[in-house]
Design a protein around this ligand. Sequence first.
Ligand SMILES: Cc1cc2nc3c(=O)[nH]c(=O)nc-3n(C[C@H](O)[C@H](O)[C@H](O)COP(=O)(O)OP(=O)(O)OC[C@H]3O[C@@H](n4cnc5c(N)ncnc54)[C@H](O)[C@@H]3O)c2cc1C
Length: 447
Amino acid sequence: MSKNVVIIGAGVAGVNAATKLIDNNFDGKITIIDMGKDPYIRPYEEVMTGFLGAGGWSDGKLTYHTAIGGQLSKYCGDDKAMELMDQVIENFKRFHPKPEAVQCSNPIEEPDFIKPYFGLRLFPVWHVGTDYLHEIGKNWYDFLVENGVEFIWETKVRDIDFDNNKVYYPEVAEMDSAELPDGLQWVYTRALEYDKLIFGAGKSGIDFGKQLAEKYELPTEPKSVQIGVRFEAPQKHFQKLIDVSYDFKLYRKFEDAGVSLRSFCTNNNAAYVAVEQTYGDHSYNGHAKKDEKYRNDMTNFGILMEINGIDEPFTWSRNVVQSVNKEGTGLYYSPSRRPSTTSEGVNVSAIQINSQELDTVREQFEGYFQYIDDFIADMKKVFPTLQHDWGIYIPEVKYLSPEPLVNYNNLSLTKYGNVHFVGDALSARGITVSGAQGIYVAEDLIK
Ligand SMILES: Cc1cc2nc3c(=O)[nH]c(=O)nc-3n(C[C@H](O)[C@H](O)[C@H](O)COP(=O)(O)OP(=O)(O)OC[C@H]3O[C@@H](n4cnc5c(N)ncnc54)[C@H](O)[C@@H]3O)c2cc1C
């Protein structure tokens, strides 16, 4: 058993890892370093940092399915993934002041009318309740402290020496600083040694993760391309489905081609399309307004393709995005409509193209646009009133950040076997998966 475990990040992943170690009578030392604050003093405006990390001040929705949020099953298989997620949910209940309030919302059954064209992704979600998260945090923190976990708060780790097992962070030298005029302090760089390191720095530590990946030339996991269009139509055409599932997720997969498609981020009622500027190019996204005065009775969602097997996914996506930008903005195609207005009342920036020009776009997508054409054609069958009453903003794109390559059995770096990446630092995307990855690593450490 390893004696000295250092965890960077007191987020969902790090905290679940420490809890698993303690529950198994780990007899070494556990140190957690976090740049945020403990749950007793963490202010509301510090959304990303502090005890339970981004999960601490989140919506407290614990998704409960292997197909959601990053890849967990990829590492450990579906059954193990579900078991790990169960443990995370149990932990949230265990430190909850009212565990009986934690409820699972059961998805309704997939409606017949969308079959056989689409799958509808409906997943169970456990609701912890935002209001309880602070109390859960305090109870959980007390448990860890009582069981000997040392926390180093408000301390940002600046560097890690993977070759010599050392973590570096600044520390104020209290004694020496006492001699200095007000406002001045001596700060030393402290080196903390570890036998095993768990890197759970989350989204707020993404740049630090990248910095380490570059410094140590860490091999990365091949990523997929995520590209498509933002689809928009009057809401009435989709109402039948919205009544069943408000923010529906249509889904289809072409295993042999390595392509899957999903409707992404559905907005209804007061639904607006927005320009996103990434790396200087225009792409599209959508959002909804809550206020009734913005109601436009529109629906929009991304039709996003996940394409696997493209050699340089980032470069490929950027080239496609650039090629479908014209006069400094994206494109709009519709058989009958004009681009909508934004929530500020101006037209969504886009150059409207005709069907011949859309053929050029098809070429620029190197054949993959056919999947979007088919998706729309099948939507017209499932929602018969749709016909020509829709438009697409081209392109919508998600650039996935590189993810270090890890050994699947314990999430350790392939180059440094005693350094484990967990949570959002390993593209977990979500509380349950992040916590599950933390537990998965802890299980390996106590073997
Ligand atoms: C507003 C909001 C709402 C959300 N709602 C939900 C939801 O309802 N359901 C859901 O499943 N997911 C939700 N998420 C996402 C979820 O919170 C994250 O996926 C999850 O918290 C990731 O866990 P993690 O442990 O990997 O990282 P985090 O929870 O982000 O924790 C990382 C910790 O590392 C610390 N850190 C970073 N860099 C350093 C450094 N250099 N030195 C020291 N410490 C460092 C940070 O201070 C932070 O505390 C939400 C996210 C946000 C921002």
